[in-house]
Design a protein around this ligand. Structure first.
Ligand code: ZN
Length: 453
């Protein structure tokens, strides 16, 4: 479980070479060295993301009792992906089929529809979560032309790996491929990351943009956002992995990308990157439902691992995608991780989703809902109601209702009252979505699914 101990990451030494399969902790340390104070800022923002995602009454005095109502409250984010395959040799020019099966793996694992959920140990089973994030290969490029979402680019570079990770794969001028608008697409660059012929580094990703110390001229700028994967472990059953050494063979199920996309949506390693710390149990990953963990798995699958003994002690969660266990060992994100990723997806990466699909319905018989903005429909009233707190009602937010074809069914309405109602008289029985936008710049703040029956 989570733990209350110093959450400030200790100063770590920067390893001379990147000797981990994922460079996340190296990147965090490098950012701290380049931008002193980054770590503290990162921790604060990350902690806030996690906290904000927890269910808690935000505005206690706006309790509202809703009874006997069918409330459609959940959404699936659908994220367009572009895969940039960079190759110097034929072996590196991976076939499109690997990009397609990689997307399948991402969708199965992020939706907890993977075939191996049964391997989650009983103590952790109830904690496993469906992230409700799906991925599709983009069908339109940034110029508006049709695409299959996969680019192939020849490069004269024999490797993009090395000690410095200068992101050369992300720039055509440096032998790479320029990003597609990283606010609109999840860019995945697939290239050779070997160093001196060794397959040490398998992938990396930057945490979400938006920290105070991150400015447009640094290496985490918009055009560097995305995920980088070593070509040998991209996709499921990549022959470069299945014919490779033990580490590669154990990384052949496409879950390097699952792990890196987890970082891209803000997750930390479940052992909290404190492997260089004297007290490996002093730093938590901030997620309450992952057990405290001292060190990462070392490409094994040891259910007996238990790096930190605590009250209500639990073994290390080697099933977690954010560990370095073998792919056959991994099968879950926790609900806490899911909440953190969805919070990041709807704040730092909010322009990414191309669609919000209504997914889950519940019938509320008697509950009290707290929030700053309430959007709801009651069966007995033929209207959709938007309620605001006093602080938000001064023309800061607009609301507009759309059908699932994306057609507006109401005017865009500036909210200037605590309660605004949209009549649904004459509407056909169907799902709708109420979009809340910031009046100032029209940025989408939230989308609330509703069902009119
Ligand atoms: Zn990692």
């Amino acid at each position: 479980m989570g733990l209350v101990l110093p959450k400030q990451a200790e100063a770590q030494h920067l390893p001379d070479s990147i000797n981990e399969p994922c460079a996340q902790s190296w990147i965090l340390e490098k950012l701290e060295q380049e931008y002193p104070g980054f770590a503290q800022s990162y921790n604060q923002v990350y902690e806030a993301s996690v906290d904000a995602s927890k269910v808690k009454p935000q505005v206690q005095n706006r309790a509202r009792r809703i009874t006997d109502t069918t409330y459609y409250f959940d959404t699936v984010f659908i994220v367009p992906v572009v895969v940039h395959i960079l190759y110097n040799t034929n072996a590196e020019n991976l076939p499109d089929s690997l990009a397609i099966n990689q997307i399948e793996v991402l969708n199965q694992d992020f939706r907890r529809q993977n075939a191996d959920t049964s391997k989650t140990r009983p103590i952790f089973k109830a904690r496993a979560g469906d992230a409700r994030i799906e991925f599709v290969l983009a069908n339109t490029d940034p110029q508006g032309n049709p695409t299959n979402g996969i680019t192939h680019t020849y490069t004269t570079r024999t490797t993009f790996g090395g000690n410095q990770l200068n992101d050369q794969m992300k720039f055509a001028a440096q032998g790479g491929k320029d990003a597609w608008d990283t606010k609109k697409y999840l860019n995945i660059w697939v290239c050779d990351l070997s160093q001196n012929g060794q397959d040490a580094l398998l992938g990396y990703a930057y945490p979400p943009y938006g920290h105070p110390f991150w400015t447009s001229n640094v290496w985490v700028a918009d055009n560097r956002q995305g995920v980088v994967i070593h070509y040998k472990v991209f996709g499921r059953n990549n022959i470069n992995a299945t014919n490779g050494n033990a580490t590669l063979r154990q990384s052949a199920m496409g879950r390097v990308s699952v792990h890196e996309v987890g970082h891209y949506f803000g997750l930390r390693h479940i052992w909290a990157d404190d492997q260089y710390s004297a007290n490996k149990c002093a730093v938590d990953d901030y997620i309450d439902d992952t057990p405290l963990m001292g060190s990462m798995s070392n490409f094994n699958c040891l259910w007996s691992n238990n790096g930190c003994i605590t009250a209500n002690d639990e073994p290390d969660m080697v099933e977690n995608y954010m560990d370095y266990s073998t792919h056959a060992c991994q099968n879950m994100f926790t609900k806490g991780q899911v909440a953190a990723m969805r919070n990041v997806a709807s704040t730092y990466r909010k322009d990414l989703a191309i669609a919000y699909r209504i997914d889950t319905t519940i019938r509320i018989f008697d509950t009290v809902v707290y929030d700053e903005v309430l959007v709801y429909r009651q069966s007995e009233n033929q209207n959709i109601t938007v309620e605001l707190t006093d602080e938000l009602k001064d023309g800061l937010i607009t609301a507009q209702v759309f059908n699932l074809l994306g057609q507006a069914v109401t005017e865009k309405t500036l909210l200037t009252e605590n309660v605004t109602r949209f009549s649904t008289v004459g509407w056909r029985s169907a799902p709708y979505v109420c979009i809340l936008r910031k009046a100032e710049d029209d940025k989408v703040l939230r989308s609330d699914p509703l069902f009119v029956d």
